[in-house]
Design a protein around this ligand. Sequence first.
Ligand code: PSV
Ligand code: MN
Length: 388
Amino acid sequence: MSILPTDVLGQLEQQAIELPSWAFGNSGTRFKVFATPGTPRDPFEKIADAAQVHRFTALAPTVALHIPWDKVDDYSALRAHAEEHGVELGTVNSNTFQDDDYKFGALTHEDAAVRRKAIDHHLECIDIMHATGSRDLKIWLAEGSNYPGQADLRGRQDRLHESLQEIYARLGDEQRLVLEYKFFEPAFYHTDVPDWGTSYAQVAALGDKAMVCLDTGHHAPGTNIEFIVMQLLRLGKLGSFDFNSRFYADDDLIVGAADPYQLFRILVEVIRGGGLNNPDVAFMLDQCHNVEDKVPGQIRSVLNVQEMTARALIVDIDALRAAQVSGDVLEANRIFMDAFYTDVRPALGEWRESRGLPADPMAAFAASGYLQQIAADRVGGVQASWGA
Ligand code: PSV
Ligand code: MN
């Protein structure tokens, strides 16, 4: 028998990981953004690139948009373009972090006129979601303060609740709001949604269609992220993941690159809590490819998630439970580590081939000549980058 039993393969077959449109544009640090030949000039080209990831892996059927970066005149046309390329449009991300008016906050701002503008932006995002067929509105707020005493922490929390209430009230029956937390940056003393507890308190006060988004890069070093995953699943409030990995801050590196074992531990809790292939829990990437090629960077990312999911699925749960119940600490840990150390890559390759996919999607994509083709075709225009 393969190390991946049929029921495990059945679960892997259903796995879907949403790609961020911004991963296909140029990105970098505050020091330099390096351009690459063939980088998309508009959302249509970003979606064409994203479709390549799905074509070679069958893992990425949807693409998230960021507004206004992905603003177009005709969202139905963008939707049709996505469908022609074999993918669908996914989560709509709002953006209240690049406008001068938002220097001191958006949904929390002291000035009602600025709050109005920020709320209206979210209402526009919901209108876009109707045209694109998107279910989720993802809100990440770059709001906070840099110096103690600068801001009225309590007043901002109350205004956040009021603003979110108005946005929530506009959601359609099938739509959801997911509120992302982040403990620092761009504000460095406090942020208004710094942790899962604050996000949970805010979304719980809204209702069933509001959930927490967990970005794996948004925690202090050493945070036990899998514990948060367990707790949010237990509370029925884990709406989505933004997967990426970090060495130092919010590095937005390839998921599973910095700490594969952490990704394994997270996925074990996802499975334990019923979050795998559960429509309530969206798997998304939130990454930037600053120095590596973008399409293969995304292919590697979804494969990393798939591989670690396979390892998490082969944990011998019955034996683990028995060891836990009997207090056999070392045996429980051995069972856990056995699954983590199992090399599932050959079995996954064989399985992909049996489904008509390339055993090695990275190699197959490289051999396809796509990167050379877009470099030759996409001449002129302005490459998409931060802010476009
Ligand atoms: C913020 O760091 C974040 O994680 C949010 O998800 C944004 O929408 C995304 O990055 C892109 O800026
Ligand atoms: Mn994120």
